[in-house]
Design a protein around this ligand. Structure first.
Ligand code: GDP
Length: 442
């Protein structure tokens, strides 16, 4: 799978940083040198690497480290943010026309996966409620029309073809009338490819573009060709002003450099990625998810962000220390209840931590009424009991229940919940502290 070795290398680099505690300028610069090598080895375009490293170094050294993050986490966060920005920040949607049919022109070199991907896209769009038709405009490769027909029949999408004697421009024009007359609202034109970029091919594609004025020109590129992807994308973009890229064969590409370079070099977004030969092996490209996948950090980064936004930083640090030192008491518990509530449903929060077993979290949801009752119970405890709940025996429970107007069962259930929360908070803190992340499939 893509990025495996890059992910491994980045994790090693960050592990070294985490071991250092406080980071000096030299530490950051050395780490960045290693990140640079890792990116170059992943076949990321050298200009892109240079700019990336400059930005990350500048930001890592130039910003105050937030108090709730360790310096290493701070650097990881900047790397993550910049990787996301490199790939386009947020996902790019297909431009659908107000006046159907929407015309999508698929272009790319021979063998890039254009025909297969046209089928995948048709299948995907149909699952989103569209009614697509595929158009066979490759009249040169002997089996091309037949191949598209096979694709069409296996996904049950009609294929418009006029054989190999009509010009591709005329076929494309006729297909739009066909779609309009038969209520197909998306036209996907599979154009011809060559082994290399050549003038004749580009001229033909330009003629089709001028004749049908597509809403989307999507360039299909094979991720396994690495650096070449960038050159191919630049040539197609220069001539056709493409709207986006579909990166195929990510399942076979172990380096991933293409995904990281295309947007930066062409300024055109990756819209979809394909990673398999089945017609369902296509997905919308999300730069942020891809960045955390490259870093191998599951959703922990978003957890850091959420926690940062909600918890008073100093308090969070104190709390973290207490949990680590196993000194988390009922006083802290009380203190945290309100804070945790502000962070949103607790189960949702914990679900973002890779490896947390959600079934263990039942009964941890806390309502305002629960909080009032819990407050009353805790306030009926002595100071000693709050600090060291293990001394709460039967007669103490009875006294606490009477004092808080609750029952012994309710006191018991709070004691149990407290232990459970303590355990989970420790897990939560360990996760944030170590960034030891289970790789999550996207
Ligand atoms: P075209 O010449 O650009 O139309 O390319 P094709 O659609 O004929 O694809 C060329 C080869 O790549 C075929 O064997 C496809 O099955 C294969 N292929 C296409 N997309 C993918 C993908 O995402 N992953 C893998 N593993 N193979 C793919």
């Amino acid at each position: 799978m893509a990025f495996e070795s890059l992910t491994g290398k980045l994790q090693d680099i960050f592990k070294k940083l985490r071991g250092k505690g406080k980071l000096s300028e030299k530490d950051v610069k050395e780490a960045m040198k290693e990140v640079k090598i890792a990116l170059l080895e992943a076949d990321v375009n050298f200009k892109v690497v240079k700019e990336f490293i400059n930005t990350v170094t500048e930001k890592s050294l130039g910003q105050e480290v937030m108090e709730s993050l360790t310096p290493a986490q701070h650097v990881i966060k900047i790397v993550n943010d910049e990787l996301t920005a490199l790939m386009g920040s947020k996902e790019s949607k297909i431009n659908f026309s107000d006046k159907p049919p929407t015309v999508i022109m698929m272009v790319g070199l021979q063998g890039s996966g254009k025909t297969t991907t046209s089928g995948k896209l048709a299948n995907y769009l149909r699952s989103k409620g569209k009614s697509p038709v595929l158009v066979a405009c490759d009249i040169y490769r002997p089996a091309a029309i037949k191949q598209l027909q096979v694709v069409g029949s296996s996904i049950n999408v009609p294929v418009f073809s006029m054989g190999d004697k009509t010009s591709p421009v005329d076929i494309a024009k006729a297909s739009i009338d066909f779609a309009r007359n038969n209520n197909y609202n998306v036209v996907i034109i599979d154009t011809a490819g060559r082994l290399h970029v050549d003038e004749e091919l580009m001229d033909e594609l330009k003629n089709i573009k001028d004749a049908v004025n597509p809403d989307e020109i999507l360039l299909v590129v094979d991720a396994m060709t690495g650096q070449d992807v960038v050159n191919v994308a630049e040539s197609f973009n220069e001539k056709l002003d493409i709207d986006g890229v579909i990166l195929t064969k990510l399942d076979g590409d172990t380096r991933g450099g293409a995904a990281l370079s295309v947007k930066a070099v062409t300024r055109k977004p990756i819209k979809f990625i394909a990673s398999g030969e089945k017609f369902t092996d296509i997905e919308v490209f999300h730069p942020d998810r891809m960045a955390s996948r490259i870093l191998g950090m599951g959703d922990v980064l978003s957890l850091i962000e959420k926690a940062q936004a909600q918890i008073d930083e100093k308090k969070a640090l104190e709390l973290q220390k207490k949990i680590l030192e196993q000194q988390f008491s009922f006083d802290d518990f009380l203190d945290q209840l309100q804070g945790l509530k502000n962070m949103g449903p607790i189960d949702q929060l914990f679900s973002m931590i890779p490896g947390v077993n959600m079934s263990k979290l039942k009964g941890v949801n806390i309502s305002d009424k629960d909080i009032k009752r819990i407050e009353a119970i805790i306030q009926s405890m002595t100071k000693e009991e709050r600090q060291n709940p293990s001394i709460i025996n039967g007669s103490r429970k009875k006294r606490i229940a009477a004092g808080s107007g609750t029952s012994i069962q309710q006191v018991n259930s709070l004691l149990k919940q407290f232990e459970q929360t303590k355990k989970m908070m420790k897990q939560f803190t360990d996760m944030g502290k170590n960034m030891k992340i289970g790789k999550r499939k996207m």
